[in-house]
Design a protein around this ligand. Structure first.
Ligand SMILES: [Zn+2]
Length: 261
């Protein structure tokens, strides 16, 4: 299958199901990948295949609710149930892959180069407004003594500002959540209509960029935040998009596990 080109340090690999996206900067810290539309995550086999591809025996996924709630997976302790409501998973357990599913929302994978602890984050606009990425860093600090300065982050494919037209109520929601005006102005892009066009200007949200900024503001060094920068709605041969495909859309997963130390 032909795959779109991706910026350094991302690269495609060929898995049992087809293409997966990995990040070279995160490779030495934590086994991980982003799946493609070729993998059916709705089946237990599909979820298992994603876990196996990064050397884990099982994948832990929970019920995503577009918030900033965290679930902790700890070495030697019972796994959280799939019914647990959370959008952030943090783990130090090399036996299990922690995974988030997304169809346009941002899948974020974090690895601590010092301790090897990891996080998987699901951040759509609601999770981004709620600061899900920062919640992951706080939980890693609390549970595993992670210093944000040691984090390497891979931001997977999500809907781009090119295709994510939103209403002004989202701006209000970000303001109500306490984000600074200059950041909101950066994350919400107004595109004027083409000259002579009858179209109105449109408001768009750069949801991946907002997550990148939130990581950096929370102390992750800018040079260690890597974004795949690929719009899900424009690469439907490999990716999948709720905006573009509605109910038919599948899901992409961001999958990561702590390294064996
Ligand atoms: Zn796009």
């Amino acid at each position: 299958m032909p795959v779109p080109s991706v910026p350094e340090p991302f690269y495609w690999t060929n898995e049992a199901w087809g293409p997966a996206l990995r990040c070279r900067a995160l490779d030495p810290i934590a086994p991980h990948l982003f799946t493609s539309r070729a993998l059916q995550l709705s089946s237990a086999e599909g979820r298992m295949a994603a876990a196996h591809a990064i050397g884990a025996a099982e994948a832990v996924m929970v019920t995503q609710v577009h918030g900033n709630g965290v679930v902790v997976v700890r070495r030697g302790e019972a796994r959280p149930s799939a019914a647990t409501a959370a959008d952030v998973l943090v783990s130090d357990d090399p036996q299990v892959a922690v995974a988030v599913r997304a169809a346009d929302c941002v899948p974020l994978l974090l690895g601590d180069r010092r301790t090897g602890a990891v996080a998987a984050v699901h951040a759509g606009w609601r999770g981004t407004a709620a600061g899900a990425a920062a919640a992951a860093l706080q939980a890693m600090h609390r549970e595993f003594s992670t210093d944000p300065a040691d984090i390497v982050a891979a931001i997977g494919p999500s809907i781009g500002a090119c295709c994510y037209e939103v209403g002004s109520e989202l701006v209000d929601a970000f303001a109500a959540a306490g984000h600074a005006r200059h950041l909101i102005d950066r994350w919400f892009v107004t595109r004027p209509p083409a000259r002579g066009s009858r179209e109105r200007s449109t408001l768009r949200l750069d949801v991946a960029g907002a997550n990148r900024d939130q990581l950096i503001l929370a102390g992750v060094p800018e040079e260690r935040v890597h974004a795949a920068g690929m719009c899900t709605a424009e690469h439907l041969d490999v990716l999948t998009s709720f905006r573009a495909e509605k109910e038919k859309a599948g899901r992409l997963a961001g999958v990561i596990r702590a390294r064996t130390t």
